[in-house]
Design a protein around this ligand. Sequence first.
Ligand code: EPZ
Length: 437
Amino acid sequence: MSPTPKEPRIVIQGGQPLKGSIYVGGSKNATLALMAGAVLASQGQTQLIRAPRISDIANMAIILRGVGIRVAFSDDQQNIHIDATNLISFEPDDQLVTKMRGSLQLLGPILARMRKVRLAPPGGCNIGARAYDLHIKGLIALGATIDENQGYIFAEAPAGGLHGAQVYLDKPSVGATMNILMAASLARGTTIIENAAQEPDVEDLGNLIVAMGGKVTGHGTGLITVEGVTELHGVNYQVSPDRIEGGTLAMAAAITRGDLFLEGANASHMRPILMKLAEMGIVVEEAPNGVRIKHPGKQLKATDVTAMPHPGFPTDLQQPIVALLSLAEGTAMVTDTVYEGRFRYLAELLKMGAKARWEGRTAVITGVDGLSGADVEASDLRAGAAMVLAGLAAQGTTRVFSVHHIDRGYERLTQKLAAVGASIWREDELGNKVEVV
Ligand code: EPZ
């Protein structure tokens, strides 16, 4: 798919080593879940502190306002105030819901509060089937009746409300774990979620619900126990730093032979990423308030990567690390056990001189001495990040199109990279340099 010149784009003159300190913002995926979790509060206001300023968050705010919930951003946009006391509709806006996968997380809380919910088919990156059968299975176990029609989901709780249940997840689905956790927090009785997702975003959500007056244990492990309560109240909650943004910025330091301090990064959440980068020869130094990533000064070594549920290597960094592997010495086997369609971006990377073959869930990357700048497409959020990383290292000019994908999940990416030495800027569809606030 060749990008049409009449689109905004990110432009990069490659070859500049990144040096200095770079701020890691709040987790996109945790913030979306926490915004959904705030819907559970029938009294008081929730404040989410250190949230990222990205389009998915803005979109979720509009969805919540559409069902009667008051949402306001602090002046620096870093804090979100959510007052869900006046939740009056069980039907979030169809158009907005279909823009992102994160809106699926509204099933559980709205069903728990309103005893019914109707949701349009959720959107999200085109990286596989992205089924939601486990969400449905869990809500049915809690007593809901579900009607699916042309992708629309209509769920209704019994007159007495949802009840506790024992739920086994065939796959440790992040979203399904979150929806069941939220619905169970206001159900009658005890719910046990087995084979639950262990992502830090799930742990964040469990911590929020406990702070709201809920009774949750085991969140962040594969076995979560929830004692339903009758009411939850608003709280102040600080969002964890984004381990995926942190991993992306770490790879930007590595691919440009640079030396970056990731300010605010949470090393324990990033453990699988940092271990993999160290295997390639990158110098990783953990500090109380962040992580330093330093290129060793000699070519990085290829290493195999298997993307899997946490605490495995995160699938959201599969595309960025493949950009890094394309310049490492040797051949790497990369497998994505989470998504069956997350290698389509490789066609764009080949345009820059990368050597890769892929079949289904596996790709073989053969390192090359250098990449060349080219016009490439951001086919989804993390593919866009991979294109930016490749452009930072490539000789010559790279233009990355469809930047709206990148803006869904990375706050001020071009400004952050330019501030540590990258020659990178944004242009509008006419090719005029624009600054993004
Ligand atoms: C969340 O998606 C993230 N999105 C994704 O990040 C991330 O890749 C994913 O978790 C895995 O870590 C948000 O949090 C908004 P899943 P989610 O349910 O909840 C299959 C990014 O780049 N599955 O764990 O949708 C599904 O098809 C985005 O930030 C079922 O089969 O992830 C997929 O192959 C991309 N049935 C796999 O499991 C279900 O009922 C992972 O899905 C649910 C999922």
